[in-house]
Design a protein around this ligand. Structure first.
Ligand code: ZN
Length: 193
């Protein structure tokens, strides 16, 4: 009997966990496009590739979110037009698009991936209660998604090397806020955890 229990423990399938990759789209990650976050932001691409591979090996459910706007979206009163539905800029970057198979794509119109989407239903349906959240920008769509996840009592982990922003100070504030105020766990990186 003990042996059976130990085998259970070694079971790689973690049905309770999901990986959510926020807005790794061409308009944010490619130089010259609408809201390029800067070269340093591209440093998260490789760790996110590793994170996806690592989580998939554990059969974790993987979600990609994609900021998706219509041309008259009121968000464009604050930001230049970006991620227009069907545009090249709205596509997931090619470095990650190769890993889109068997993942769930959540199109979102606002900062939070929970707002006016069916993300919560997907998570509930699968009995998921632990989320690893990464992507861009730390203090905008990552932060607001993490806040909404915590408001819904999901446990949240954020690998520090897998989030980035165009604004370093705001990035650091957001990490601190997510840890100290929202109760997310900031983990050092994909390698450590
Ligand atoms: Zn947007």
């Amino acid at each position: 009997m003990l042996v059976v229990q130990e085998e259970d423990k070694l079971e790689p399938v973690d049905k309770h966990r999901a990986l959510i990759i926020i807005d790794m789209q061409r308009d944010f990650l490619e130089k010259g496009r609408a809201l390029f976050c800067g070269e340093h932001a591209r440093q998260v691409i490789e760790p996110i590739q590793e994170l996806i591979d690592q989580e998939r090996a554990r059969s974790t459910t993987v979600f990609f979110t994609a900021d998706t706007h219509s041309p008259d979206d009121l968000e464009f009163n604050m930001f230049p037009p970006h991620c227009l539905r069907g545009s090249l800029g709205a596509q997931v970057i090619p470095e990650l698009a190769t890993r889109l198979d068997n993942t769930i794509l959540i199109e979102k119109q606002r900062f939070s991936a929970f707002f006016n989407t069916n993300l919560d239903e997907h998570l509930q349906e699968k009995g998921i209660n632990i989320l690893t959240i990464c992507g861009v920008c730390t203090e905008i769509c990552v932060l607001h998604t993490v806040a909404d996840a915590r408001n819904r009592d999901y446990a949240v982990e954020i690998p520090r090397d897998c989030v980035a922003s165009f604004d370093k100070e705001a990035h650091l504030f957001a990490l601190h806020h997510m840890e100290k105020i929202l109760g997310a766990r900031i983990i050092q990186g994909t390698k450590n955890e």
